[in-house]
Design a protein around this ligand. Structure first.
Ligand code: NAD
Ligand code: UGA
Length: 457
């Protein structure tokens, strides 16, 4: 007999890894993950999981079929489980009021209604998706319309994992946040969830708050993280004008313990499915509440990110004699960060599209993200090739651009790459991961982010 039956609706980047870790840490619980997408579920049940995350394959192999199950039977699973995580996608709304800013809650609401229709016993419903503050109220109202008198308690338990380090983040979280109603039932539901996490998370790291603080904290955490990247990227533009070096500035600034050194790597821009969407959601909320100055403040974080990507293209154009037409440009990496195959909102998409507009011939290489890259650039037009081997991809190229900080790219033989490129050969390091002086000495003209260029002209 399983001590608890846990369900997660939504088998994506969050639902899959989170439930796999719960199953591993709580072998006496039965964990089920359901999704409307049958292909995703069959991939979770196969030897080729739908997402790449270091350490995930091992955990799924250990737990799947024992106490971790993937299924498309959403209705049956709702009936059989009394603790239900909702981890469906909440993208930016693309139509109507709030288009381009607000969260599109259609998947989320559909789930709420499905829970309502199929529940026959009391349920704890846990918002795992990132949602606008006050969404739990809407969830409560939908669930409260139940006719059969079934009791529902809604909790907020936002997820803070980052892709590429999801398993480590889940096993050793900085904190787990649980928001609940301050009622007897709310506190009881909260304690049930605390009990699950305390199987492996030290109790002092499990923090409980009111439900609105919990919802809002998730948006604010992502806004602060993205703000740091935009802050250092803004500084990188000034460094390029003044011969300061952004890596040295970041180190000097980050050694102040009040500031801290993490998340200060200047780059071609931040990507990922959440930073932009969550900040725009925050901006929309602020405008909704009439806080235009606050909205403008956060909106700049996204604007600087677009500026940073465009600056990268402008730098390439001016370095390569103001024309990219017909030139072969090789992108090293397409994933939005290292150790993931995810390309959602990757700066590489923007750069590739802008290069194609300039009529460059684009070659994309990436150890994990080529399939997604193909889908992202399908129908864009122009000359695009996808090549697995980075050495082969760079043959005949006028320029190599590092788009993703894969460790693999640090270790390549750049002398060999230079030999096979068209001269003068250009290297644009959008992640500041290469040994720029060495590459320059090999013959490259090197342009990094926020550093003086190293050129042979
Ligand atoms: P995802 O798109 O990878 O997965 C969502 C899944 O939900 C999809 O497989 C989709 O088919 C499924 N789904 C949608 N509607 C459904 C329904 N009615 N019933 C059953 N399944 C349904 O998204 P994700 O990256 O896992 O993100 C999920 C949520 O978690 C978002 O709100 C996101 O902001 C948040 N989040 C994501 C990350 C991350 O690193 N990706 C981290 C923290 C929080
Ligand atoms: C981010 C947050 O880090 C997670 O806490 C959060 O749960 C998640 O969003 C979410 O809500 O989806 P993620 O987007 O997976 O996680 O990855 P990050 O490591 O935050 O990187 C985001 C982007 O910023 C990447 O493109 C990365 O390359 C870029 N970045 C990050 C920089 O350019 N410089 C840095 O110093 C750090």
């Amino acid at each position: 007999m399983n001590k608890k039956n846990i369900l997660c609706i939504g088998a994506g980047y969050v639902g899959g890894p989170t439930m796999a870790v719960i199953a591993k840490k709580c072998p006496d619980y039965r964990v089920t993950v359901v999704d409307i997408n049958p292909e995703r579920i069959s991939a979770w049940n196969s030897s080729r999981l739908p997402i790449y995350e270091p350490g995930l394959d091992e955990i799924v192999a250990e737990t799947r079929g024992k106490n971790l199950f993937f299924s498309t039977d959403i209705e049956g699973a709702i009936r059989d489980n009394d603790i239900i995580f909702v981890s469906v996608n909440t993208p930016t709304k693309a139509f109507g009021i709030g288009a381009g800013m607000a969260a599109d809650l259609r998947y989320w609401e559909k789930t709420a209604r499905q829970i309502l229709e199929n529940a026959r016993s009391p349920k704890i419903v846990i918002e795992k998706s990132t949602l606008p503050v006050k969404t739990a109220l809407a969830m409560e109202r939908i669930l409260a319309s139940a006719e059969g008198g079934v009791e529902f308690e809604v909790l907020s338990n936002p997820e803070f994992l980052a892709e590429g380090s999801a398993i480590r983040d889940l096993e050793y979280p900085d904190r787990v946040l649980i928001g609940s109603r301050d009622t007897d039932r709310g506190r009881r539901a909260r304690d049930t969830l605390v009990e699950i996490y305390s199987r492996w998370v030290p109790r002092e790291k499990i923090i409980t708050t009111n439900i609105w603080s919990s919802e809002l904290s998730k948006l604010v955490a992502n806004a602060f993280l993205a703000q740091r990247v935009s802050s250092i990227n803004a500084v990188s533009a000034l460094c390029e004008k003044t011969e300061a070096d952004v890596t040295e500035v970041a180190r000097a600034v980050g050694l102040d313990s009040r500031i801290g050194g993490r998340f200060l790597n200047a780059s071609v821009g931040f990507g990922g499915s959440c930073f932009k969407k969550d900040i725009l959601n925050l901006v929309y909320l602020c405008r909704f509440y009439g806080l235009d100055e606050v909205a403008d403040y956060w909106e700049r974080v996204v604007k600087i990110n677009v500026y940073q990507q465009e600056r990268f293209i402008e730098k390439m154009l001016s370095a390569m004699f103001n024309t990219l037409a017909g030139k072969r440009i090789c992108l090293f990496g397409f994933a939005f960060k290292a150790d993931t195959g995810d390309t959602r909102e990757s700066p590489a998409i923007y750069i590739a599209k802008r290069l194609l507009e300039e009529q460059a011939e684009v070659v994309v290489t990436d150890p994990r993200a080529l399939e997604n890259a193909r889908a992202d650039l399908a129908g864009v037009g122009g000359s695009v090739q996808f090549v697995e081997d980075p050495y082969e991809a760079a043959v005949g190229a006028h320029a190599v651009c590092v788009m993703t900080e894969w460790d693999l790219y640090r270790r390549l033989d750049y002398g060999r790459i230079w030999e096979e490129m068209v001269k003068p050969a250009f290297l644009f390091d959008g992640r500041n991961i290469l040994d720029h002086r060495r590459c320059f000495e090999m013959g490259f003209n090197v342009y990094a982010i926020g550093k003086p260029p190293l050129t042979h002209f």
